[in-house]
Design a protein. Structure first.
Lengths: 486, 319
């Protein structure tokens, strides 16, 4: 009897090709998909190097040497972004470049003889004391998405300057002094005087410099701070003594400790290298990455809920309810559009609930980005509604729709960034991901919540999502003609 | 009697104009002729039983009448107005599909509300009509129950109720009593009779021959996409089999001598005689005195729709 029961189960599975596909093909397909993402998508191969963009590199020897270091390093893919229009502020220029996601990190090198670089973050790094003509300035500009890239580039830059310092020492220049900041815990304690508080410019210990080769430590202890903070640190750069140096005579007020150390050493033998990490997106919110996760998860579940609801069309066909409806005063267009409208409204409500929760609990500042949110939510919901209707009309049965939707939605979500952040993927995988709703929706929400770009910047995402909604909607109408009186 | 003589019979002298008319309706699917020249009329207050073997074309015909299929040729008219599937106009036609075409996760009342609106019942009249229909279908007590919690009979009654909210003049029922108990079946026929009594015309397809025999005013037999017989039960009997009663004599050995009015089969062990009235039976059986051997069994029975059906459509399996 047991074997008979076993045989029944076997025969039922054998006679159900869709079930066979779900059990044996889908897992293998997903394994392959994730294997592709992790074997070709994460920084181990040629096309997963950290993409560094050099902006306004200047013509100094120092800048050229640093660029050369980047270009020679196999971990770095160094490119020069489009030249900045004179009328565009450096902040807007940076935001535009970041929104294209062509680069993991931007590096700005300003030679000593050039005027100081414009501030990119809303509030300047208070520890920065550079004055024109006194010291070089290196600014790492991150969007906070890829802390690994920031840590790698930071280590390379620091290594470059340490090497130069060592060469200077060998050349008989005065000794380098790594001036230790106060204890980190002490530094993090809020000052007694609120006016002394540094809102988003957390000072970093120079421990990262003294242990520069201990990359893990850099990543684990401090890299996380880069995601939403603008960081600044100062390296004392060896230089021949210059009696006219005002910083030597008047140490900056914000770093008394450094001045104190300077008294113990040869203060006249150093200049400062301004080494700054900035995040232009850190201005208006606490947790910008939460918006990305909210968008990713919302789109994933939206796709499932829309296809699940669109399946009612097939259910109605199978039970004869669709015939009854089509025999009434309602036409096929009423049925298709009515269901599409429901899916659209459901999507809007579903995403709104997700982001409202994210706002209440994680502080993504929904109200500050309401217009962009509404535009993206409407576009995303329209696209997913049409996608659901398309799958329902292209499928012959609910079982077929179930198998098809699981396969497509999980693939789209894996490639499109709902499961794995797209910044860890290779360029090729990112390109493939661009064929998914998830990627366009997440990119759009990122522009709104992370890069805080105006609605105008969403035109590509809105165009693709709304265009897909129209095309898939029309295809659904065409495919639904099989239910039309013939 | 030739089957062709029975086709498209509609020679009854009826007073009122037909509510539903089909004239030479043809429809083919993938090279197969599903309807091959159907002509039919349905009159006010008439309950028409429609039956035939599986695949005979009954459902195709109902879908054509309901506007869900467009005939290749011929016409379907309701109230003398041509039915065009492309035109959605307020209809006096109700269709009750064979399957339970209601929403199981809605309550009885919610189902009636949505289907009432779909049929174009004005909002201001909807509540009143729902109450009326709930009473009619004996579902008032369960109006707030989810449909999936109802018994099969209740679900069937709701299935019908959803199709009469817009007060159709013509109601098409596709096997409305499948899978229900005798009590629910009686209730459903009470509902149908009530509609017919109010002047509606009802076309009913079923495989329950006893239902057609006892409840329908007129019977249509369909096979291979054509109407092979139409009329009352007695008319069908006369046109197909001939006489309504039959006596059969069974012998355990070949009977050597003929018996008047009886016909023997090839083995001469079975003799059959048909007659008009049971009053003739003694005279029929009087022939036994003339036979040399006695029959082992004598069967006397009236001809039913089953006999007519098999006579008209044959005994060969269709599917």
């Amino acid at each position: 009897m047991t074997l008979t029961i076993f045989r029944i189960m076997l025969l039922r599975l054998w006679n159900n090709p869709l079930e066979l596909v779900l059990i044996f093909v889908v897992p293998v397909a997903f394994f392959s998909l994730f294997a592709m993402i992790f074997s070709h998508g994460i920084a181990t191969s040629e096309n997963k190097r950290v993409r560094v963009g050099i902006i306004d590199p200047g013509q100094s020897e120092l800048a050229s040497q640093l660029v050369e270091v980047f270009e020679k390093n196999k971990a770095i893919d160094c490119q020069h972004p489009t030249k900045r229009n004179e009328e565009t502020s450096i902040k807007d220029f940076v935001l535009e470049i970041q929104a294209t996601k062509q680069f993991d990190l931007l590096v700005q090198v300003v030679p000593p003889e050039a005027p100081p670089a414009e501030e990119i973050a809303e509030e300047p790094a208070q520890s920065r004391s550079r004055q024109s003509g006194r010291s070089p300035q290196v600014t790492l500009i991150t969007d906070g998405q890829n802390p690994m890239a920031l840590a790698i580039v930071q280590a390379i830059v620091q290594g470059f300057f340490l090497q130069r310092a060592a060469e200077a020492r060998l050349a008989g220049l005065p000794a380098i002094e790594f001036r230790q900041r106060p204890d980190e815990k002490q530094a993090r304690e809020p000052p007694s005087n609120p006016s002394e508080q540094v809102p988003r410019h957390k000072r970093m210990s120079l421990k990262t410099l003294s242990k520069i080769r201990d990359v893990d430590e850099v990543f684990t202890e401090e890299a996380t701070d880069f995601t939403d903070e603008t960081n600044s640190q100062t390296i004392n750069w060896p230089q021949r003594a210059d009696p006219a140096d005002p910083t030597a005579a008047n140490p900056t007020d914000d770093d008394e400790n450094r001045a104190e150390v300077s008294r113990d050493s040869d203060a006249s033998a150093s200049e400062e290298l301004d080494f700054v990490v900035q995040n232009p997106q850190s201005g208006n919110q606490q947790h910008p990455q939460v918006a990305m996760y909210a968008a990713g998860i919302a789109v994933l579940f939206l796709l499932f809920s829309t296809t699940g609801n669109a399946a009612t069309l097939l259910e109605e066909q199978e039970t004869g309810t669709l015939d009854r409806i089509l025999g009434s005063q309602a036409g096929l267009i009423d049925v298709i559009f009515g269901k599409w409208l429901w899916l659209f409204v459901l999507g809007v409500v579903q995403i709104t609930v997700m982001f409202t929760w994210a706002d209440l609990v994680f502080g993504i500042h929904l109200r500050d980005h309401l217009s962009g949110f509404l535009v993206m939510t409407a576009s995303t919901s329209a696209a997913t509604a049409s996608f659901g209707m398309f799958l329902a009309t292209v499928s012959g049965s609910r079982a077929q729709l179930s198998a098809l939707s699981v396969l497509l939605i999980l693939s789209m979500s894996a490639l499109g960034g709902s499961m794995i952040p797209r910044f860890v993927m290779s360029t090729r995988m990112k390109e493939i991901g661009q064929w998914t709703f998830n990627a366009w929706a997440i990119d759009g929400y990122q522009k709104v919540f992370w890069y805080q770009l105006p609605i105008k910047s969403l035109q590509n995402e809105v165009f693709v999502l709304c265009g897909s909604a129209i095309i898939l909607g029309l295809l659904s109408l065409i495919l639904s003609r099989r239910w039309k009186p013939a | 009697m030739e089957k062709s003589e029975l086709r498209n019979d509609d020679d009854l002298n009826r007073g009122p104009a037909p509510l539903l008319s089909l004239v030479d309706v043809k429809k083919s699917y993938r090279g197969r002729q599903a309807l091959n020249g159907i002509s039919l009329e349905l009159f006010p207050g008439e309950l028409l039983g429609f039956f035939g073997p599986n695949g005979a074309g009954k459902t195709t015909m109902i879908r054509c009448i309901a506007g869900l299929l467009r005939p290749d040729s011929g016409s379907v008219s309701l109230h003398d107005q041509h039915q065009d599937p492309q035109q959605k106009t307020p209809s006096r036609l109700g269709v009750v599909p064979q399957s339970l075409a209601v929403y199981p996760d809605l309550t009885v009342e919610q189902n009636l509300q949505v289907f009432g609106r779909l049929e174009g019942v004005p909002r201001r009249e909807l509540a009143g009509r729902i109450s009326s229909v709930l009473d009619w279908s004996a579902l008032t007590d369960r109006r707030r129950s989810l449909v999936k919690t109802l018994s099969g009979g209740m679900q069937r009654r709701l299935n019908i109720a959803c199709s009469v909210l817009h007060q159709p003049h013509v109601l098409l029922l596709d096997e409305p009593t499948v899978g229900v108990d005798p009590q629910s079946r009686e209730r459903i026929y009470d509902m149908i009779r009530d509609l017919v009594g109010r002047g509606s015309a009802v076309l009913l397809t079923t495989h329950q021959l006893d239902e057609v025999e006892t409840r329908c005013d007129r019977i249509v037999v369909m096979d291979h996409g054509t109407i092979v017989a139409s009329g009352t039960l007695s008319e069908l009997i006369h046109r197909s089999i001939g006489k309504p009663h039959r006596v059969t004599l069974q012998f355990d050995q070949p009977c050597p001598k003929d018996a008047a009015t009886f016909e023997f089969d090839e083995t001469r062990t079975l003799a059959t005689c048909e007659f008009e009235s049971m009053r003739e039976l003694p005279r029929m059986l009087g022939v036994l005195e003339t036979l040399e051997i006695e029959p082992t069994q004598i069967h006397v029975r009236s001809v039913g729709l089953q006999d007519i059906f098999l006579e008209l459509t044959g005994r060969r399996l269709r599917e």
